[in-house]
Ligand binder design. Structure first.
Ligand SMILES: O=C(O)CCC(=O)C(=O)O
Length: 289
């Protein structure tokens, strides 16, 4: 197994490993060390059943159940993201062919499940690329005035703001009203610290962070816009051009991601899992009361 940098980006590709076969303990340790350091690992040319996806998930964390029950596959831990329809005409999974702006998953929960991977089964001829931006290197390269502005700052993260109001989409198969009822707003620090290394990462989530404690709304909006612009500078972004059999593993506490839309007449089928990560080894965004 080798772990190689990908084209001038912070992401790493894990080569020479077949995830349908047992992964040796030294390879697993090297893989997890690279995951902790970068937040994004890419595996190409994998041919994996859902049981094998679950077995891979267990190498990384504790497979967790997703809140959108209509998106689940026949394996309870595996979620389908797709624009395809089932034989009864219902959507097979979630998110249809929509463009998804920069976001991070689960930031609106008090205890976010931060580990995540996507496995590409069927890909559109055009569009549907996914990109990740590092919140570690975003923090490490903040200009001094932004670094000062975020130190000790606490944001309000709102699921209702993210999926309700003008952000509501009719076609993505979200059980929006139930999810909003079940998901009160929470507060997290805008800078988190790794429990072991002390390394800091920014924690922002556009469309989900609705305010910053102690700042007037216009100043909070301005600060959040500047933090996002800094985070998604091209040199801080990894763009993934999917091939069937690709698996991309990421850590939602230390990267943002976005997805391009794709033509509705093209088919895209992805399998996804969410993984509870070890809080001794990963940043788990803490809640602020
Ligand atoms: O389908 C993708 O490429 C990304 C989906 C996504 O943004 C998500 O699962 O949160």
């Amino acid at each position: 197994m080798q772990i190689a940098p990908i084209a001038n980006s912070f992401a790493r590709e894990v080569q020479g490993v077949s995830l349908w076969q047992p992964v040796s303990e030294p390879d697993r340790a090297a893989m997890l060390a690279a995951y902790r350091e970068t937040g994004v690992l890419v595996f190409r040319r994998q041919a994996l059943s859902e049981d094998e996806l679950v077995a891979f998930g267990r190498l990384v964390g504790a497979p967790s159940l997703y809140a959108e029950t209509a998106w689940l596959s026949s394996t309870p831990e595996v979620i389908i993201l797709s624009n395809l329809l089932s034989s009864d005409g219902s959507m097979l999974g979630g998110l249809a062919n929509n463009r998804l702006d920069w976001h991070t998953d689960q930031s609106y929960y008090a205890e976010p499940v931060t580990g995540c991977f996507l496995y590409g089964v069927e890909l559109p001829a055009e569009g549907g690329e996914t990109s990740w931006a590092s919140l570690y290197t975003a923090y490490e390269t903040l200009p001094p005035e932004l670094a000062k502005a975020v130190e000790g700052a606490v944001g309000t993260f709102s699921f209702a703001a993210r999926v309700g109001g003008k952000n509501r989409k009719s076609n993505d198969n979200h059980d929006t009203d139930r999810r909003i009822r079940e998901t009160p707003d929470v507060k997290h620090p805008l800078v988190n610290v790794h429990p072991k290394t002390g390394r800091k990462a920014l924690f922002i989530d556009p469309k989900t962070v609705t305010g910053i404690d102690g700042l007037p709304q216009d100043e909070a909006n301005d600060l959040l816009d500047r933090l996002l612009a800094h985070t998604v500078r091209p040199e801080n972004v990894y763009d993934h051009d999917w091939q069937p059999g690709d698996l991309v593993l990421w850590d939602n506490a230390v990267v943002l991601h976005k997805r391009e839309g794709f033509p509705s007449e093209n088919s895209r089928l992805m399998k996804r899992m969410i993984l509870k990560l070890d809080p001794a080894e990963h940043i788990i965004p803490p809640v602020v009361q």
